[in-house]
Structures are given as C-alpha cells and as structure tokens.
Design a protein around this ligand. Sequence first.
Ligand SMILES: [Zn+2]
Length: 95
Amino acid sequence: MKIIKKGKFEKTWTKRYKCTGKGHGGGGCRAVLELTSDDLFLDYEYADSITIHFECPQCTSVTKIPTNDVPDKFREMIPRDYKDWKHNQERGAKK
Ligand SMILES: [Zn+2]
C-alpha cells in the first residue's frame, strides 16, 4: 500500500514478517511480507487476551504476530476481528 497523503499519525507502522501460519497450525508459504497496521486484525484467544494476526495475500494463511510488536497508538486502529478487517479491505478496494 502506498500513502498518498499521511493521516493524523506522523509515522506509519510497518514491519516485515514471514508467512508461517504461526498460531494457526502452521502451513504458511514462507513469503516475506511488509505489513502496515491496515493489514492487521485482532482476535481474542482468551476472554481478556488480545492477539494480533494477519492474512497472507498469497496463500491466505493466517499468522499470529507478537502483540508487543505493534505500538499502542496503532493497536487502537486495528479491526477487532477478521470479519471487520475483511469488510474494511473490501470497502477499500472499491474506492
Ligand atoms: Zn503465505
């Protein structure tokens, strides 16, 4: 994704991950992906435990990333579940 005009945050969170399927039974394609906070969605493994995940665009495997990798201010922008994230993605693609 390319930023044409930056939003209210000065910096965009980006980090590279390998598609490993970690936390989802493995099976990732090992693609190396550079993510932004727009690529992430939350999940609740336990009642009060938030986890952060992304879906690989190549093989659609889901990989869990360490929650602490994402600074608080970006964590607040992450959709609360996969359904929400998918909805955002589809809405964004139609623009
Ligand atoms: Zn993959």
